[in-house]
Design a protein around this ligand. Structure first.
Ligand code: ZN
Length: 207
């Protein structure tokens, strides 16, 4: 059972541990699968720290666009810079997006980003298909059950996540979520999600 998007808690190799700011770089890099990012509302952007994380084998995230915060242009500028680091080091970009799916798609497609996870996905099934078409994957947390597109999303490829700090409670929630989705789809979602994540994490890393 692998958590496609978690935060710093107990050390584990069973989750991709992400950060909302570069200040957590040292703690995040203790995990076998980690990412360091910068999202709106979580302090200044630190490109050097993202490069340092990538140099240590880390991925880039969470990064993204969030309409609840001002300065869309500034957000996009930072997002592009972070994506450039991910592409340069051939790392996965873990993307946080709130009500900016259109701009997100435009940036990813224009920059040719292929290795990405849109985490906590709650958008439309049509947008999910367009994002999958670029080569990325969507990740569903238990919040996805409240999305209008929920049933349709279940017919698409996806991975599963908690967005929680790693530990016993995170394990419990992930297990229940995978079980719930397995019931709805008739597939072993925990197994499938882990397989997709392991494949993605193992793709050639050139630097
Ligand atoms: Zn998160």
């Amino acid at each position: 059972m692998f958590d496609a998007h978690a935060h710093i808690g107990d050390i584990t190799g069973e989750a991709l541990v992400c950060t909302a700011s570069a200040a957590e770089l040292d703690r995040a890099s203790l995990f076998p699968c980690f990412a360091v990012g910068s999202i709106p509302g979580h302090g200044a952007f630190d490109e050097r720290a993202l490069r340092e994380a990538a140099g240590k084998g880390g991925h880039i995230g969470e990064i993204g666009l969030d309409r609840r915060f001002p300065d869309k242009e500034g957000q996009e500028d930072i997002f592009r810079k972070a994506l450039e680091v991910a592409m340069e080091y051939d790392r996965i970009a873990i993307i946080h997006v709130v009500r900016e799916y259109g701009s997100l798609y435009d940036i990813l497609s224009e920059m040719g980003v292929r290795r990405f996870i849109v985490h906590g996905y709650t958008g439309s099934a049509e947008m999910a298909e367009r994002l999958l078409g670029l080569g990325g994957i969507i990740s569903l947390s238990p919040r996805a059950e409240g999305a209008r597109s929920f049933r349709k999303l279940l017919t698409l490829p996806f991975v599963t996540e908690t967005d929680m700090a790693t530990g016993a409670e995170e394990r419990r929630i992930l297990s229940a979520w995978n079980e719930r989705l397995s019931e709805l789809t008739g597939e072993d979602i925990g197994e499938r999600s882990e397989r997709i994540m392991r494949e993605m994490l193992c793709q050639a890393t050139s630097s």
